[in-house]
Design a protein around this ligand. Structure first.
Ligand SMILES: Cc1cc2nc3c(=O)[nH]c(=O)nc-3n(C[C@H](O)[C@H](O)[C@H](O)COP(=O)(O)OP(=O)(O)OC[C@H]3O[C@@H](n4cnc5c(N)ncnc54)[C@H](O)[C@@H]3O)c2cc1C
Ligand SMILES: NC(=O)c1ccc[n+]([C@@H]2O[C@H](COP(=O)([O-])OP(=O)(O)OC[C@H]3O[C@@H](n4cnc5c(N)ncnc54)[C@H](OP(=O)(O)O)[C@@H]3O)[C@@H](O)[C@H]2O)c1
Length: 643
């Protein structure tokens, strides 16, 4: 970001006068060297240049020393982001390398004793910092006023530190190196320009972090959830800076020209102050319509309004920043946005439109759920931990909803030459891929992907009602699938403990299949997999029955997999029976701490504890896992949707 800014700044100089070019070129060099040097280089600079100058009335004023300090501040902020992303990138690369080496080292090692013991300092770091909730236990359990009114969640300790530090840095930069000895008019002008510059430059990460296709998710190993949290806080910071910018302008105008002067400037058609005011109003509208309680209660309305206001703010800002360097920052922001949208459209077209289009078979299941089997227009590589965005135009028009991929199969649509029994194959990497069967012409057959969708109150409710009203509780419709997004590999862990609540099982089933197959093929370190699934009623078992049948018939399954089912609201105790010693059923909720401690005491190699389900279960599992982190080598893997 900083590099692009530097390039843009240099490009900007070419538009300035020769005198100004010389002045600015030396200033840019000085700016790179540090704030004091650039200030020194520009003290006394009076020649006109738009390159470094932020706007005065109508943006016609020549740049002064304060404008060059603003350039410095943008550079500092840019470098801060480079340093932050670089640190995450390096940390993630190290963690991945350790996992890879551990997996290779453990392929033929049954006890894996060395890897069961933690690095105590790292264990403490995870326990008290990187995996810790802000206070005691609460992180993803929502604060709720009622079942529909969700007030939000608490960020983790690490996330809070990041947010507070970035907020502090912005406050410091807003007031940094302003010459308070000057008269109030000059001080307010400098503050106005500084806050304006910061508000605009913060839009670069603000927009990038909102994207599903943000490349930093993969490079830095940071979840979309965390980027989404940062997006929200960057938005708040950027809006506060825009408000401060507008206030400084208004106060100065009233002080110098009176209320009438302010009114005239704000009512002049598309004047700089007027466009600034409109952009700030659009920002404030976004701020007031994005708290968790509104987002969760009216997600689709929120999303559409949010995008419309962001587009309006960008368009108006473009006019507001006419002839200023900051306008070029908007080009970066718009380029990010357009690129991401184009990538999404290309993915959608590629995945869903070929010789035929993607179809969805929707089927009602007991327990207010649906099974959606997507017959994809093109085959794809299925890996555990993936989710997709589903569009069913017939039901939800252009809106899309995220769902975890629970299962994949390949299906033949003409005589096939493959005689594979099992629907999965293991690549060298160990990832599950559907066996792409080939017909007599050598063309790949279709892949199908399955989702389990729990009925809520919007799109899912409409889909459920449509299936319920159809003959035999099922219907077929045209669907569009966007993705896949995300992936997770647990092959380097000797022991894997998977927790799921309700429909959260969709995230864990692919792991179970993947790990059991990799165990029998000796392509992972995994020696022990325990699945703990908590459901309200035994009828929820229907959701995954056909897939579990396949998993339970996989070779060597008994040697590696144990399934514990907890039914919290059974109608009678007769419903609770354990089919075998490796598949056991219990009434009530599990004692999560006891389960985690028991597995940690007997763990083989490193242990992963993964959870997908309600916020309260996720917090309980996090607490229990942190409890064993400093004495055993245990990692906590959470799948949370807290946007
Ligand atoms: C990565 C991921 C994977 C998921 N996997 C599954 C799954 O396998 N099975 C399952 O049943 N559910 C899953 N969910 C939840 C599912 O996306 C929502 O239940 C669904 O979008 C609700 O749609 P609705 O219109 O009926 O919601 P509403 O009843 O209107 O709202 C219910 C909740 O869903 C949220 N929501 C609504 N629309 C969206 C949207 N487009 N994007 C994100 N959140 C939304 C609302 O904010 C609200 O909190 C997953 C969510 C995420 C983020
Ligand atoms: N890929 C993913 O990350 C993913 C995919 C799908 C769904 N999800 C999320 O998973 C959640 C599950 O949805 P759902 O409606 O199917 O769940 P649900 O039916 O409300 O809950 C499932 C079960 O978990 C029990 N439970 C809740 N909190 C618990 C705790 N702290 N300890 C032990 N048991 C607990 C519930 O018991 P009681 O009801 O008896 O209290 C219930 O039996 C949703 O929040 C959804 O967003 C995540």
């Amino acid at each position: 970001m900083s590099l692009s800014l530097r390039t843009l700044l240099l490009l900007g100089t070419s538009a300035a006068t020769i005198t100004a070019q010389g002045t600015h070129a030396s200033a840019a060099a000085a700016a790179a060297a540090g704030p004091s040097s650039s200030s020194a280089a520009h003290s006394g600079s009076t020649s006109g240049s738009q390159a470094g100058g932020q706007h005065g009335a109508g943006h016609n004023e020549p740049p002064g020393p304060a404008d060059f300090i603003n350039i410095d501040v943008q550079h500092h902020l840019g470098w801060l982001w480079v340093a932050l992303c670089g640190s995450f990138l390096i940390y993630h690369a190290i963690v991945r390398s350790v996992h890879y080496i551990r997996k290779i080292a453990c392929l033929n090692n049954e006890t894996q004793r060395y890897f069961a013991n933690p690095n105590v300092a790292y264990g403490r770091f995870k326990r008290h910092f990187s995996e810790a909730p802000l206070f005691r236990t609460r992180h993803h359990r929502e604060f709720k006023l009622s079942s529909a009114l969700n007030v939000g969640t608490l960020p983790s300790r690490f996330q809070t530190l990041l947010i507070c530090a970035y907020f502090g840095v912005n406050v410091a930069f807003c007031v940094y190196n302003i010459d308070y000895a000057n008269d109030s008019k000059t001080v307010l002008k400098e503050l106005r320009n500084r806050t304006g510059v910061l508000s605009v430059i913060n839009m670069v990460p603000l927009f990038l972090f909102a994207h599903r296709n943000n490349p930093l998710i993969n490079f830095c190993g940071v979840s979309f959830d965390t980027f989404n949290l940062m997006h929200r806080w960057l938005g708040r910071i950027s809006v506060l800076e825009a408000i401060a910018h507008t206030c400084c302008y208004c106060i100065n105008k009233v002080n110098t020209m009176g209320w009438a002067g302010l009114q005239k400037s704000l009512t002049t058609h598309l004047s700089t102050p007027q466009t600034g005011l409109i952009a700030t109003c659009a920002f404030v509208a976004i701020l007031f319509t994005s708290p968790s309680i509104v987002r969760h209660a009216f997600y689709e309305a929120f999303l559409h309004f949010h995008i419309a206001m962001a587009a309006l703010a960008l368009a108006i800002l473009w006019l507001h920043l006419k002839d200023l360097e900051s306008q070029k920052v908007l080009i970066i922001v718009i380029a990010f946005w357009l690129t991401e949208r184009s990538i999404r459209i290309c993915h959608i077209v590629y995945r869903n439109f070929g010789s035929s289009s993607t179809k969805a078979d929707v089927e009602v299941l007991p327990g207010d759920a649906l099974r959606v089997t997507l017959r994809m227009a093109r085959p794809w590589k299925f890996r555990p931990g993936q989710h997709v965005y589903l569009y069913i135009p017939h039901i939800g028009w252009w809106t899309s909803h995220p769902f975890s991929l629970a299962w994949s199969d390949s299906e033949a649509h003409s005589p096939v030459v493959s005689s594979e029994d099992l629907p999965v194959d293991i690549e060298k990497s160990g990832a599950i891929t559907p066996v792409v069967q080939h017909d007599v012409l050598g063309l790949p057959t279709k892949t199908s992907m399955s989702l389990i969708i729990r009925r809520r109150t919007g799109f899912t409710e409409k889909l459920y009602r449509k299936a319920q009203n159809a003959a035999s509780g099922r219907f077929t419709t045209t669907a569009i699938v966007e993705g896949p997004y995300g992936k997770e590999n647990l092959h380097s862990y000797g022991t894997v403990l998977l927790f799921a609540a309700g429909v959260g099982i969709t995230h864990q089933v692919p792991h179970v299949r993947d790990l059991v197959v990799s165990f029998s093929n000796s392509t992972s370190a995994t020696r022990k997999v325990v699945l703990v699934w908590i459901i309200q009623s035994p009828e929820h078992l229907e959701w995954i029955r056909p897939w579990m049948t396949t998993i339970l018939s996989l070779p060597q399954r008994r040697d590696v997999l144990k399934i514990l089912l907890f039914v919290t609201r059974p109608r009678s105790t007769k419903e609770i029976h354990s089919p075998s010693s490796s598949v056991q059923m219990f009434p009530g909720k599990p004692n999560v701490t006891a389960l985690v401690e028991a597995e940690a005491d007997a763990q083989v190699g490193a242990m992963a504890v993964s959870v997908c389900g309600t916020g309260s279960l996720a917090d309980d599992v996090r607490k229990a896992t942190r409890g064993v982190m400093s004495r055993r080598n245990v990692d906590f893997v959470e799948n949370a949707f807290s946007w």
